[in-house]
Design a protein around this ligand. Structure first.
Ligand SMILES: [Zn+2]
Ligand SMILES: [Zn+2]
Length: 341
């Protein structure tokens, strides 16, 4: 049904053995001990790319941004782009089985699938609350989705076995931290988050829930670590989160081709301003390579392709190699399964 790739390499293993610590700074130093997560060492760990497109437009081949980390039977979601429920179904994941959801930011491409995910989970009989973490506004996003779903939900309530209102099954958390902090732990994983630079060039007005921010996430599982950049440009905060990690699941953009494509659609857009936005608030191939190299990353998985229609993703490989000569680089496609352990 979907492709599977084994990503362990001898270099990865050798370097892994040499690493003695995975803590990422003082913010984590007081957090739960790594010993709590060693039961996951013997557990299968996979990353499944549910949606690899980027930007709030429908794509003929790639679904909207969504990722899944599976640790044994536990399932963690990073971003809920449109079509995520369908993609989870294709990956044979039962919707009520999710353990936690982590949303990187509120751009449509990362959130539009949340409502259907909540609806289908409720219909399928989820029986314990699902924690949903995200930036400021996440509580409001979940509350408003639940409100919308009540319109059809009250009809289904007459046709389904007894259950509470949809809002009862989802618990949202707003996260806005400038340094990496642990936001979630269970017996399998410890998740850290930090606000990144995705909105660094725009002036945002304060909303009822505070100022908008965008997040990057780090999952520590046993002695293995995976960072999901979400949408972001380079930043010290992202560096701190990624330091000494093993696998980087990164967005990537080509400023020239994406600027040309947007300019073609919206004639009054200023190319210079737009290109500056792409370079400062997204990851170019050079920045992905530099981040991976200075962080000691063993494997880079590319997703969320911000590229024009004629740009070939393969071009990114050579561009990254200039700064990241040795580690593995994977060009992600929808429903790719990358075996971590
Ligand atoms: Zn995006
Ligand atoms: Zn974005």
């Amino acid at each position: 049904m979907y492709k599977s790739r084994t990503v362990l390499s001898t270099k990865w293993l050798a370097t892994r053995l040499m690493k003695s610590a995975i803590f990422i700074g003082s913010a984590l130093a007081a957090s739960t001990s790594i010993a709590a997560y060693t039961d996951a060492d013997k557990t299968d760990i996979d990353i499944i790319l549910l949606g690899t497109s980027g930007g709030p437009v429908a794509h003929p081949v790639r679904s909207q941004p969504a990722n899944m980390l599976r640790v044994g039977n536990s399932v963690y979601i990073v971003d809920t782009g449109d079509n995520i429920s369908q993609q989870l179904s294709r990956a044979s994941v039962a919707l009520p089985s999710l353990d936690a959801v982590f949303i990187s930011h509120m751009h449509f491409d990362h959130t539009l699938g949340l409502g259907p995910l909540m609806a289908f989970s409720w219909v399928k009989g989820r029986d314990v609350p699902l924690p949903i973490y995200g930036p400021n506004g996440t509580k409001e996003l979940v509350r408003r989705n639940a409100d919308i779903l009540d319109i059809g939900g009250h009809i289904f309530k007459h046709q389904l076995p007894p259950r509470k209102d949809i809002s009862s099954y989802f618990v949202a958390h707003d996260i806005a931290e400038d340094k990496p902090v642990v936001i979630y732990t269970d017996s399998k994983t410890r998740v850290s988050a930090v606000s990144n630079s995705h909105y660094s060039t725009i002036t945002l007005t304060e909303q009822d829930y505070g100022f908008d921010n965008a997040l990057s996430y780090r999952f520590d599982v046993g002695d293995t670590c995976v960072v999901f950049t979400g949408d972001t440009g380079p930043s010290r905060a992202l560096d701190a989160l990624t330091k000494d990690c093993d696998i980087l699941v990164s967005e990537i953009a080509d400023p020239d081709s994406i600027t040309a494509a947007i300019k073609k659609q919206f004639k009054d857009v200023q190319s210079k301003v737009l290109k500056g936005h792409i370079e400062d608030e997204h990851m170019t191939a050079a920045e992905v390579g530099k981040l991976a190299e200075r962080s000691g990353i063993q494997k880079v998985i590319l997703t969320h392709f911000g590229i024009g229609p004629t740009f070939s993703p393969e071009t990114f490989i050579g561009q990254i190699r200039a700064y990241y000569p040795e580690g593995d680089i994977i060009l992600g496609n929808d429903l790719d399964t990358i075996k971590v352990q």
